[in-house]
Structures are given as C-alpha cells and as structure tokens.
Design a protein around this ligand. Structure first.
Ligand code: NAD
Length: 378
C-alpha cells in the first residue's frame, strides 16, 4: 500500500511559500507515500520542479485529478471552495486554516468530509515542538522584522568607530517577546543595536535578558494558559501606556509583535505616542495580521505619520519563502510521521497532537473554539 500525497501550487494571492521542500522529499517518500507536486508549486520559493523530481517526487501538470485521488493534501494557506469540492471524502488536509478569518472554508471542509489538521492548532507542548508551524513561521517573521527596521532607518544599527568619528548605536524596542519577538531581538542584537524589550508574561524577562537585551519592567503579570498572554484590564492598559511612553519616545525603531490568540491585536502604540517619536524613527508592526499594535498602522502598507515611518506588512514569512517553506515542510513531515506508517494511514484521534490540531472530521467541525466562532458568525 502507498499513501497518495499531493502538494498543490498555492492559490492565495501573494503566497510565495510551498508546503514541501526538496530537503524532506526522500523522508516523506520513505513513510510509504507517493508524492505528487503540482508543476510550478515551488516557483515562489525559487525551487524548480526538477529539484522535487530529483528527490523522488512526481511532478503533475494539472491539479484536478491528483487532488481528487489524494489521501493527504499539504498546503500553506487555506484552500479555495473549488479546491475543497475537488477533494476526496475522507482525505486529510494539513494546512493553516484560521477559522476566525475563514469560517466558510471550515464549513466547506466539514461538508466535503475532509479531515482537517489545522497547523495553527498544533498544541504548544514539548512533544509537538518539531511540528509547531506557528513557531517556525513566527521565527522567520521576527528575523525579517529586524531587517525591515534596519533598512527603513536612515542610520546605522551598530556603533561604528571610524576615522570620520564615532556613530552611536541605534535603540530598538521590541514589544511582545514571544517567538517572533525573541527572534527580532536576536537579529537586532546581531546587527549591533541596543535592544530593549517588553512583554506582559513574566517568563519573557529571562529569555529577553539571555539574548543580551534589557527587559523593560511594568508590574503587570498577564500570563495565561498554554504560555500565552491574557487581554489586559483597562487599568493595566493605562499603566502599560504610561510606562512605555518614554521608551517609545527614545527608540529609533520599535518592533511590535504582541498578540492574544483569537482576539484582535492589542493597540499599544497610540497616535500621541507616534507623535512623540524621534524624527526618522521606524515602527515595524508584525501584529498587522490582527489589525496591528499601533493605532496608525495600515495593514499591508508602509505609511508615514509626520517624520515616523510605520510598516505594517502582511504575510511576512512569505517574504523569506525559501527557508520558510523548508521549515514548514519539516513541520509537516514530523506531523505526518504521526499518522502515516509503512504506507498506511494510521490517524489516532486520541493522540494529543492530532486531537489538538483536528478541526473537521467525518462531516463535523470538531474543534470547540472553531464551533463557537462558527456559531457567532451565523
Ligand atoms: P503570540 O504570537 O500569541 O504573542 C506574541 C507575544 O506578545 C507573546 O509573548 C505575548 O505574551 C505578547 N503580548 C500579548 N499581549 C501583550 C501586551 N499587551 N503587551 C506586550 N506583550 C504582549 O505568542 P507566541 O510567540 O506564539 O508564543 C506564546 C507563548 O508560547 C510563549 O510563551 C512561547 O514561549 C510559548 N511557546 C511554547 C512552545 C512549546 O512549548 N512547544 C512553542 C512555541 C511557543
């Protein structure tokens, strides 16, 4: 027996990543799969068809027939309605889905009797770290955010001692020190900036300091379940604003990554705070996907407010598509090792990781949070 696996070319606008990488193809095939990749699927990540083929994948010119016969479909962005209609009942889809943004996709997947493993739902537990696509892609985004800040600034990040004098290092403030924030801190530090960081979770302090950055204190402890942050009360928000004001005003670049799962991004930088910033300062708002952490951010655009540049890019991991795809493909391989053995599908619905990621199965939406979102969207 072999499990038929299909990797289509991504159809979402601006999505350059692909859910497979040549570096993992042979291990995927060794699970007992027949791997078909749609021609041109890797083009956005600069992976030619031949690179997949050389490692043992089959390149297919069209997608209708491989989609229909596939036991497992791997994607980065959610499928379209037409793609879902073209899938076999009982097949497995592993993809980012984001029910809050795509309730109709989730309904269609359930109706088509597709078993969906939503990559954003992979539990943040130690055993699932190698499958944690939220983390791999957040690390890519954090790295890129620091580079965007560096290239938008009209000054150096490092201290420079030259014959033409000494240049002082830039001050970078990172708000939200989760996976993306920590990578932004590490990258800005490597570029020689003086970095300060802030988070509402107490555990973040040690991690920030271990990267050589200074932790900006506020007496707010908003640790919540699963290592995430809870939403702040109005009093806490006011205390946070007051404390952050002077750090924002002193920064050359502010990188924001603050997020609360399933909620709009908290607005942390007000219009007045932007007005207090230095001339030439830059904000990189990585929370743009959830509306942004800065009141003036326009998701998907770079704008200016007075002398301050505000970048609010969307789908930042796609900007580094080659490595983002490779990391994502490894996450998928590690996930598939849980449910494909010796050419057989062995999906164990009681396995903690599968149970956590399971969004639709057997004609039903099975994830509780997704059910609530769908109820609310009626
Ligand atoms: P996230 O993307 O949900 O949020 C980014 C950061 O913003 C978080 O650190 C959060 O605390 C912070 N934040 C939220 N509201 C804020 C506010 N008002 N002001 C300042 N900061 C605010 O988080 P994430 O990067 O996905 O990581 C969340 C947690 O999960 C972290 O503790 C991380 O270490 C943990 N994690 C665990 C595992 C694992 O054990 N397998 C894997 C990945 C992440």
């Amino acid at each position: 027996m072999t499990v038929k696996l299909f990797v289509p070319k991504e159809s979402a606008s601006g999505e350059k990543r692909v859910a497979m990488a040549p570096a993992v193809v042979d291990r995927v095939v060794r699970l007992g799969t027949e791997l078909s990749v749609q021609a041109g699927a890797g083009a956005g990540s600069r992976i030619p068809d031949s690179a997949f083929e050389d490692k043992g994948a089959k390149i297919v010119k069209t997608k209708a027939s491989p989609l229909k016969s596939a036991d497992v479909v791997l994607r980065v962005a959610p499928p379209t309605a037409a793609d879902i209609k073209g899938m076999k009942a009982g097949s497995i889809l592993a993809s980012f889905v984001y029910t809050n943004r795509n309730p109709d996709v989730v309904k269609a997947l359930a109706e088509a009797k597709v078993t969906t493993l939503a990559m954003e739902l992979i539990p943040r537990i130690t055993r699932a770290q190698a499958m944690d696509a939220l983390s791999s892609q957040a690390a890519v985004a954090g790295y890129k955010a620091a580079l965007i800040a560096a290239s938008e600034l009209e000054r150096f990040l490092p201290m420079l001692t030259t014959a033409a004098g000494t240049i002082r290092p830039a001050k970078v403030l990172v708000i939200g020190a989760g996976v993306a924030g920590l990578q932004a801190i590490a990258t800005a530090r490597r570029l020689g900036a003086m970095v300060e960081a802030y988070d509402v979770r107490t555990a973040a302090k040690e991690q920030v300091e271990s990267l050589g950055a200074k932790f900006v204190m506020a007496d707010i402890k908003a640790d919540a379940e699963g290592g995430y942050a809870r939403e702040l009360t109005d009093e806490e928000k006011a205390a946070q604003q007051a404390m952050l004001e002077k750090h924002i005003a002193a920064a050359d670049a502010v990188i924001t990554t603050a997020a609360i799962p399933g909620r709009p991004s908290p607005k942390i930088i007000s219009k007045a705070m932007v007005e207090s910033m230095k001339s030439g300062a830059v904000i990189v708002d990585l929370a743009a996907e959830g509306g942004g952490n800065c009141e003036l951010s326009e998701p998907g655009s770079t704008t200016t407010a007075g002398e301050v540049t505000i970048c609010a890019p969307l789908n930042v991991p796609s900007m580094l598509s080659e490595h983002a795809s490779e990391m994502y493909a490894r996450n998928l391989l590690n996930l598939m090792e849980l449910f494909i053995k010796d050419g057989e599908l062995t999906l164990d619905l009681e396995d903690d990781v599968i149970k956590g990621a399971l969004l639709t199965h057997d004609g039903e939406v099975v994830n509780e949070q997704a059910k609530q979102i769908l109820e609310g969207s009626k």
